[in-house]
Ligand binder design. Structure first.
Ligand code: SIN
Length: 321
């Protein structure tokens, strides 16, 4: 780390961490994305006096996350990471799609410096909000000498962007890293690493190859996500082919059963889609494990990504050409 790196940047995008409810006892009936980053920081005494630059990138419920906010966020993260005086970037985000945005930034930038996403499961107005502790823990990770790359910090755990998934609808520890497990935990402001923390080398070509086309895009290639299940059929896929919508369908990710098996009726329709030039990738609907590649797989394997992340990865692959 450069000796000149003496400051941190906090970018706000909204979410429950910035949410407000009419009553303090209400942990679920709130409006996300109401409180600005300056107010969030003011609620965390451990951040007082730190050289922290604040920017409000967006103020949304992350269920509505999409290309415009992603582009603004990726652009600002890239700008700040380039500055020698910036040690790390912290991003506040809604929990519902944090795994997608964190994975996107990981895919686009592969940063050597830490990019630390954090969030909350309770609004800022809750009797016992979790946001201030999560923000304090995120800062501990951003200050940790061994930290690097894109991570998500929630409920005292540090998850790698590639592995993390939201697995619970309301518990404070709503995230899981599957078989990989979390990278580390934060104990009273100190980071304890559980396993080797894969750190990237800065890759100056990354911007040209991945970030530039993403920032210039007016839309992402359309990739739909379908799930195989008992009694599945091919009608949904065939209707997508007949009625392409505003954006032509370019890809489909199928969340298969078990180790990537797909109902025969759905398989037939997906083969028809492939015959029309649609890329099909295979993930699993299982919460744990990955599709173990073998010659009998009906479609291209998504490389161990969850179906949600495989959808985004295929859209980026199509964009990058
Ligand atoms: C959101 O994802 O913006 C709302 C839900 C949350 O942050 O927990």
């Amino acid at each position: 780390m450069s000796l000149e790196a003496d400051r941190w940047v906090l970018l706000g995008t909204g979410g429950t961490i910035a949410g407000q409810a009419a009553q303090a006892a209400d942990n679920v009936g709130y409006v996300a994305g109401q409180v600005g980053v300056a107010e969030l920081v003011a609620a965390v005494p451990t951040l007082g006096g730190l050289p922290l630059e604040l920017e409000q990138i967006a103020q949304i419920d992350s269920k509505d996350m999409g290309l415009a906010v992603w582009q603004a966020l990726a652009r600002r993260i890239a700008v700040h990471l380039e500055r020698p005086q910036v040690r790390a970037v912290i991003v506040t985000h809604g929990t519902d799609t944090i795994e997608e945005t964190a994975f996107l930034i990981h895919r686009l930038l592969r940063p050597a410096k830490p990019v630390v996403f954090t969030c909350a499961m309770r609004p800022s107005t809750a009797l016992v909000p979790d946001g201030p502790q999560n923000l304090s823990d995120a800062m501990a990770v951003a200050r940790h000498a061994g930290a690097g790359g894109v991570v998500v910090v929630c409920a005292g755990q540090v998850h790698a962007a590639r592995d993390v998934a939201k697995v619970h609808t309301y518990r404070l520890d709503a995230f899981d890293s599957g078989d990989a497990g979390p990278l580390a935990c934060v104990e009273e402001g100190r980071v304890r690493e559980f396993r080797p923390w894969v750190r990237q080398e800065s890759d100056p070509l990354r911007g040209a190859n991945a970030l530039a086309p993403f920032l210039l895009a007016s839309e992402l290639p359309r990739v739909e996500l379908v799930t195989s299940h008992a009694d599945a059929g091919g009608d949904l896929i065939r209707s997508l082919l007949v009625m392409p919508g505003e954006r032509a369908l370019q890809g489909i990710v199928v969340a298969g059963t078990g180790n990537g098996t797909v109902h025969q009726a759905l398989t037939d329709a997906l083969h028809e889609a492939q015959a029309r030039g649609v890329r099909v990738r295979l993930s699993s609907r299982c919460a744990r494990g990955r599709v173990v590649p073998h010659p009998g797989l009906p479609f291209e394997d998504a490389g161990g990504l969850s179906a949600i992340k495989a959808r985004l990865a295929l859209a980026l692959d199509l964009l990058e050409g």
